[in-house]
Design a protein around this ligand. Structure first.
Ligand SMILES: Cc1cc2nc3c(=O)[nH]c(=O)nc-3n(C[C@H](O)[C@H](O)[C@H](O)COP(=O)(O)O)c2cc1C
Length: 410
């Protein structure tokens, strides 16, 4: 879902040392198709210049409500009235205080007071300024009024100090923006979606495990696409090298059994399950307490494997849950995918050639549905594929639950 496309976002920048970081945010929002109007407070102008933001957004940067462009008909309130979302990043202690007091003595605070759009604040300040009772009180007041106020990151600050007060990374702020826009405009708003990602690890001894080449990239992209479409997303992930995505619940698991338990818990009340994780079919029957030594196995050794639970199969009777499986095969792709679709009573299966896609950035998939639709998609980035797959799911979701039950073989 191209949730940023055409959305009017006001990006308010305050007088913090972290102001330079949001240049990247302004750029990425603009590249995503948003119309970004940057408003700098008077103090912000001491940290960053208008030229940078103007060049990155392709739009005039506004600073003074007494000197607005002549074509802004209702001048000081036009930005707030027309906005789809207001983001204040970095939000200073001072601006949070002025907002909590309902003040509107500059263009940014006036814009906020004049809007009915969602408002997102990303505070950044000295660790003591953030912990100060006044700041905490102001944040609580703003949250009580429906503002989304992000927790600052912890770590090294500009001064020689470590603690909570750093501006969250631009990618995190962008994820929160996408989630807020999705919850306001997205087709999955109000829906609960569970996505699994990565390859399970099945322990052999305390330091060794059986696993597979799944990178988690596809599952993470699907979770982000569902979040952008407005869903409440639970991402159940095995250990991967990807950054935790913003604005979703992340449940970390390692083994197939942990994955099964997490999926069952998360699917309570869920509308959609996208089972993208590469779950091991088998696990070692016994896990050694201590590291297995080479000595004593001069002739080689045999690992005895037992089957893992069939996570999707166990949910076959959940007719209220739209279930999407993935079939990563190395041969007879469509045949195997069709079999899995039927056996597990899935609504949809996404088939792909494992040798061409696992650990790769691009993917070529064929989607099979329970109504015998076959949708072939071109090779594309996993992010683009995730959006396209989700769109295919969304087009079929509204038919729930009326026509369920037909088309499956027991
Ligand atoms: C070098 C310097 C760095 C500052 N960094 C921050 C900061 O990170 N967060 C903050 O809340 N205030 C910071 N301040 C203080 C604000 O700039 C000051 O409170 C100002 O009035 C904020 O105005 P504004 O909220 O209208 O942008 C800093 C001040 C200076 C001189």
């Amino acid at each position: 879902m191209q949730i940023l496309n055409g959305k009017r976002i006001v990006l308010g920048v305050c007088g913090s040392i972290a102001a330079y970081k949001v240049a990247e945010l302004a750029r990425n929002l603009t590249l995503g198709g948003a119309i970004v109007d940057v408003v700098l407070t008077e103090s912000a102008e001491r940290f960053v210049g208008t030229a940078t933001f103007q060049a990155l957004t392709g739009r005039p940067v506004l600073t003074d409500m007494w000197a607005l462009p002549e074509d802004s008909v209702v001048g000081h309130v036009a930005l707030g009235v027309n906005a789809d979302l207001i983001v204040i990043a970095p939000a200073t202690a001072n601006t949070l205080a002025r907002l909590a007091a309902g003040m509107c003595d500059d263009l940014l605070t006036t814009t906020v007071l004049a809007t009915t759009a969602p408002i997102l604040c990303a505070p950044a300040m000295n660790v003591h300024m953030y912990a100060a009772a006044a700041t905490q009180h102001n944040i609580a007041t703003l949250r009580g009024r429906g503002f989304t106020v992000l927790e600052p990151a912890e770590g090294r600050m500009a001064e020689p100090m470590v603690g909570k007060g750093r501006l969250p990374e631009p990618a995190i702020i962008e994820g929160e923006i996408r989630a807020l826009l999705g919850r306001t405009h997205g087709p999955l708003r109000g829906k609960k979606v569970v996505v699994t990602a990565g390859g399970t690890r099945e322990p052999i001894d305390p330091i060794r495990y059986l696993s597979n080449r799944s990178s988690g990239q596809m599952g993470y992209a699907l979770a982000a696409a569902a979040r952008d479409a407005g869903a409440h997303v639970t991402l159940i992930s095995t250990p991967v090298t990807l950054e935790a995505p913003a604005a979703m619940e992340l449940v970390r698991v390692e083994t197939a059994i942990q994955m099964r338990d997490a999926v069952q818990a998360a699917c309570t009340g869920a509308d959609l399950l996208v089972m993208n994780a590469a779950v091991a079919d088998f696990r070692p029957a016994e896990v050694a307490d201590q590291k297995i030594k080479k000595q004593g196995h001069a002739e080689g050794m045999t690992l005895n494997l037992v089957p893992n639970p069939d996570i999707l199969g166990e949910l076959a009777q959940r007719d209220d849950l739209f279930k999407v499986g993935f079939a990563a095969e190395t041969q007879d792709l469509q045949h195997h995918a069709e079999g899995k679709l039927q056996r597990k009573r899935l609504d949809m299966i996404v088939a792909n050639n494992a040798t061409e896609t696992m650990s790769q950035n691009d993917i070529e998939v064929t989607i099979l549905t329970r109504n015998n639709d076959v949708i072939m998609m071109p090779r594309q980035s996993k992010e683009a594929a995730a959006v396209a797959i989700l769109q295919t799911i969304i087009e079929r979701l509204p038919r729930l639950p009326a026509d369920r039950g037909a088309g499956h073989t027991e």
